[in-house]
Design a protein around this ligand. Structure first.
Ligand code: HEM
Length: 557
């Protein structure tokens, strides 16, 4: 009689679901690196905002938009955490989507056979910005209502036939309805905004499924060292050498989701406790539209449209302002060029030196978006004469152009150049730098905790970056993954580093139990609930690190 092997619960669930047979792509070892999983991080942020959005829906009342928002922050248990992390979930999703897009450009992931993935990606980005815009306006604070007014004016101002109908469609009775004393009129506006918000999120979900299906079809773009020409993908036979999706990809993905969610929870709940924060990044709503305090609030658009806001201030060489139709034309053409980039850049190489023109354009796009956003923040609504535009925009164009033009074709990819900067070669200077920067970090962090002002926060950022950079260099030697040789070169030796990782995992478990107990004692209602939000954020980040350690212990050879 053949004795059947006893299955554990997890094994039998996996067997019934058939995940091992699912046509999910296999992954080579070198792809277990965060840059290959940025899309997954965007998806994690999306999932987070959907979940928190559904919960917020239970408390939000369109007819009393501002009051119900305040009720969520001040009266609903853990409401402040829900609202602030929903907002920052969207912000972080936008930032990650941009990083994902530029990364995919630089590695050439938009080229054959992934053209459709790029096109759907640009649509996803546009939908994400749209959904965030409507979400931002739902609060009925002065900033959100202003954003509706500016958007409507811009569209109607183009004079394009049908623009007024479109504005009516999008905003119903318009921003002024937010000031009405009648709940019916107010809900006419906010019901509609809520409808668009949810509809766009739904469309993101549907399109994302298609985007993901394409990712599964071709796998992730191989490194340029492996495949430098189009079409760059591993054949089915090549894939057989790689790791199966289950369980390694699942474990890696889990760590990324936990880390992303941890950051989404931690950052806004920390920011909510800092006084004097710039209004564009403050998780608290601005004063209610039409209230006496609103008069003193500078009208800013959401930060992700600041670049556009500045662009509208541009003047032509003859001193005339840009007309709304010209603004729209530039935007639409720009978006179309970005969307159809895979068909405009026809080079068959993934190397940046073989696609210099588009590397120049995309690099400038990134620089200009940041430049215009900062400019828009510092001088909102101030006309920008042509001469000023030249002074600010020409130097990056010339400098980037020259660098790309004379980029040596041997060491021809930017990723290689960045890796060169991080090449491990431990010197006494590294150890000194790591010690000094860690001490400086401890000092500035304490300073910030004692006096949480914006200046102290800003001072913390570069010190933290320096500390991370220097610790990254020495950490592999400390945990024993590399041994210091007499000549200062590192060599790989993993003998006891896995033991160290086990100890770290155990420590994380103990710390997170402590943090969970602590959460129990923290207030659940009102702004103080944000402490619990920070606590939960740290717990999730620690678990994310623990799963990374597990991945390292179990899978990394
Ligand atoms: C906004 C929501 C978006 C989500 C949720 C998303 C999600 C994903 C996911 C899960 C993948 C699989 C591989 C990975 O994890 O990186 C992926 C790949 C990809 N995405 Fe996106 N994405 C989004 C936006 C974009 C944008 C804005 C672009 C570019 C314009 C883009 C272009 C691509 C390309 C070309 C790939 C293939 C990457 C490769 O082969 O290495 N995506 N995306």
């Amino acid at each position: 009689m053949v004795e059947e092997k006893k299955e554990g619960i997890i094994d039998s669930v996996i067997d019934r679901v058939g995940i091992k047979e699912a046509p999910l792509f296999r992954t080579p070892d070198y792809m277990y690196n965060i840059s290959y999983w940025l899309g997954g991080m965007v998806a994690a942020a999306f999932a987070y905002t959907v979940i928190t959005g559904l919960l917020l829906l239970m408390y939000y009342q369109p007819a009393y938009a501002y009051q119900s928002t305040m009720n969520i922050i001040y009266n609903v248990p853990y409401g402040a955490i829900l609202l602030f992390s929903h907002l920052y979930g969207a912000y972080i999703m936008i930032i990650l989507a941009y990083i994902h897009m530029f990364r995919n450009f630089y590695v050439g992931a938009y080229k054959k056979p992934r053209e459709l993935q790029w096109v759907t990606g640009v649509l996803l980005l546009a939908l994400t910005l749209g959904a965030s815009f409507f979400g931002y306006s739902l609060v009925s604070d002065v900033l959100g209502v202003n954003a509706i007014d500016i958007g409507s004016e811009l569209m109607v101002g183009t004079g394009i036939p049908g623009a007024t109908t479109l504005v009516n469609w999008l905003f119903g009775p318009g921003g002024s309805a937010a000031l009405s004393s009648s709940p019916e009129v107010r809900s006419e506006l906010f019901d509609r905004l809520l409808g668009w918000h949810i509809l766009l999120v739904f469309l993101i979900g549907v399109l994302f499924m298609f985007h993901l299906m394409l990712a599964e079809r071709y796998g992730m773009t191989p490194s340029k060292k492996e495949k430098s020409k189009v079409p760059a993908y591993y054949t089915k036979e090549e894939q057989l050498r790689f790791n199966e999706w289950w369980p390694r990809n699942f474990v890696y993905m889990l760590s990324i989701v936990l880390l992303t969610w941890g950051v989404i929870l931690f950052v806004p709940n920390l920011l909510a406790n800092i006084n004097g924060l710039p209004i564009v990044i403050n998780p608290y709503p601005a004063p209610q539209a039409g209230s006496p305090q609103a008069i003193h609030t500078e009208p800013y658009p959401p930060w992700f449209f600041l670049f556009l806001y500045k662009f509208v201030d541009f003047e032509l060489p003859n001193g005339q302002p840009l007309t709304p139709i010209l603004v729209m034309a530039v935007l639409v053409i720009g978006l179309l060029v970005l969307m159809f980039l895979p068909f405009l850049d026809t080079s068959d190489s993934l190397l940046l030196t073989r696609r210099k023109f588009w590397t120049w354009i995309m690099t400038l796009l990134a620089i200009y978006m940041v430049e215009l956003s900062v400019w828009g923040y510092l001088q909102p609504g101030v006309p920008a004469p042509f001469s000023e535009q030249v002074v600010l925009l020409a130097p990056p164009a010339i400098i980037v152009g020259l660098i790309i033009l004379f980029w040596p074709s041997k060491d021809n990819n930017a990723v290689g150049a960045i890796k060169f900067l991080f090449r491990f070669q431990l010197t006494p200077l590294d150890i000194l730098l790591a010690s000094v920067s860690t001490l400086a970090l401890a000092g500035t962090a304490v300073n910030f905790l004692v006096e949480p002002t914006v200046i102290n926060g800003i001072a913390l950022a570069p010190v933290a970056m320096l500390a991370v950079y220097s610790l990254r260099r020495v950490a592999p030697y400390i945990v024993g993954r590399k041994k210091i040789m007499a000549n200062g070169q590192g060599s790989v030796g993993v003998s006891w580093s896995k033991n160290a990782a086990m100890v770290a995992m155990f420590a994380i478990l103990i710390i997170s139990i402590g943090l969970m107990v602590l959460m129990w004692t923290l207030p659940s209602v009102g702004p103080q609930a944000t402490y619990a939000g920070m606590d939960l954020g740290v717990i999730l980040m620690l678990w994310g690190i623990a799963v990374q350690l597990y991945h390292y212990i179990v899978y990394v050879r």
